[in-house]
Design a protein around this ligand. Sequence first.
Ligand SMILES: [Zn+2]
Length: 380
Amino acid sequence: MFYKQRSDKQSFDKKTANKDNANKDALYDLSQVKSTSKKQLPKVYIQSAVHAAEMQGSAVIFKLIEQLKNLTLHAEFTLVPNCNPFGRTQRAGEYLQGRYDATTGNNWNRFYHYEPSDVVEFVETLTEQQISLIENGSESELVLAFKSFLKYKFGLKLDQDWGVNTAQFLNTTLQEIAVDADIVLDLHTGPASTHHIYSPEFLTQSAHAFNFENIISIPTTFAGALDEASFTPWVYLAELLKQKGITLNYKVNAFTIELGSQENICLTQAQSDSGGILNYLQANNLIDGFVGVTPVEVTTTLLKNYKTLFSKHAGMVEYLAKPGDKVNKGQVIARVLNSLEFDTKHAVVDVTAPESGTIILHYPSAAVQVGTQLFKIAVS
Ligand SMILES: [Zn+2]
């Protein structure tokens, strides 16, 4: 669904976007909210629920639409509140399958398109005129040309004779919309999780403006997610141009924002979460008139210190440490019950924190196997 801004006042039209006529009522019926302006403004793209069970972002987009109508916008906004409607139809028992395509096991957030050879090809086709424009301090033409080039590559991928898999189709279709944006926010949640942001290293400082307690600082490499697919081509383009003695300053600012736990909607929390996003947008001069937030203490953790604790025991688990809790090395953070040992002293096994840090998330179920990802901890 598109919501299109009617005038300089923030009112929105909406229409259905669709690429797959054979599945128009379910698979690729993308919901979108878009505002436009005649002036060349920066563009903001925000999507939610590509992992279909992670719905809090959709509530946050609802709250953003309510508030954006009453703020001064210095940017165009494209908002996609339910970007994977097909995923929303896939259940395992009472719960949404969520992170994975139930048919293939593919992670819905790992099939965005990025090919380093595309960037090489683009640089090889640059004209003398384009290069001289950048050298004279005007990047905008090159930026638009690269965005068009990337969009052309997405089209080629989607139209290829051998076809693409369902996750590739969904992801690349979303990228065709997101590629125009200068700011890309992909809203997710963890399983049972506290708020945290994945920020590329070069944006970690600016990510503080979101006012969420935990930032995980990630390297600028590609592992298939939308945030990476959005900033990585620009980082590599700048690198290739630098080899030619040309400086490109432009980068797409992209983040993955984890808004608590899956299978959960809280409109009160969504109001507060949207405040963090509006605070970031205002700090970057993309909106005006937002009242601001009460600052929280923000901790930044390098990805290499964001560690997974795998269960060494099978059984039923009681989570003693909750998402957001600070824990000390050696502290008992969970207990695992083993029904085969109820009459022995091995009935309950304590799980301790291997290092001090913040519990970011834990496994959502109380039944675990050996090797289950029990906790993820931002080690301090
Ligand atoms: Zn997710």
